[in-house]
Design a protein around this ligand. Sequence first.
Ligand SMILES: Nc1ncnc2c1ncn2[C@@H]1O[C@H](COP(=O)(O)OP(=O)(O)OP(=O)(O)O)[C@@H](O)[C@H]1O
Length: 243
Amino acid sequence: MTTTKTAQAAAPNAANRVMLECCDVTRIYSEGPEDLTVLDGLSLSVHAGERVAIVGSSGSGKTTLLNLLGGLDRPSRGQIIIAGEPLSGLGEAALGRFRNCYIGFVYQFHHLLAEFTALENAALPLIIRGQRKRDAEKRARALLERVGMAERADHKPGELSGGERQRVAIARALVTDPGLVLMDEPTGNLDQTTASTILALMDELARESACAFVIVTHDTALAAHQDRVLRLDSGFLVADAKA
Ligand SMILES: Nc1ncnc2c1ncn2[C@@H]1O[C@H](COP(=O)(O)OP(=O)(O)OP(=O)(O)O)[C@@H](O)[C@H]1O
């Protein structure tokens, strides 16, 4: 194990194209009586088709990092570049459009819309993008099928179990065929069989469409399944050997 600010060893089978670059990123929270430095000059590259797990103890900054990578928060210092685009150069509206095109989110707080069915929720990112409802729902249905939710497509979130809602959220994140998917405990609510289905789907997508995944998790089995495991510790990334 190396203890360096930069965790940049490329996975053996990763494509050469860099999908995500995090350059010397620092995040300091200044709201309390004292400044809190959560990330301290952190650098990271993730290539197309690469799957990276971020682990670390509670409060180590995993969610903070994920929010920065998704453009939901801005770093105090440093630069985040996705698909060659520095996020700091984008205003809020442009950032929203960029997220819709390039990033899929599976976050615990990213709730499904209660008044829409599973199918409509999964199709939503394409509708927002301006795609015709019929085409968007066709693609969404295909994704729901892949996560084993085709039978429940016409149900609303209130009629689904926690694990089923999570699978719809995963379909919604993948429906736009994003270059980068950010996941926060994606298999947290799932039984082992369903979790394995989701892992297999992620493997396929990483291979087929060179989608890159950054996955925050406490689940050691899920982390061990990824190309790289990075541990957040005292504001720095510590690169583990391939788990
Ligand atoms: N908006 C904020 N203002 C001030 N401090 C914050 C804010 N958000 C997070 N923190 C603090 O930053 C630190 C890192 O929080 P973060 O949520 O990133 O940790 P985490 O590794 O995701 O934890 P967990 O595994 O428990 O979800 C914590 O000490 C937290 O209290």
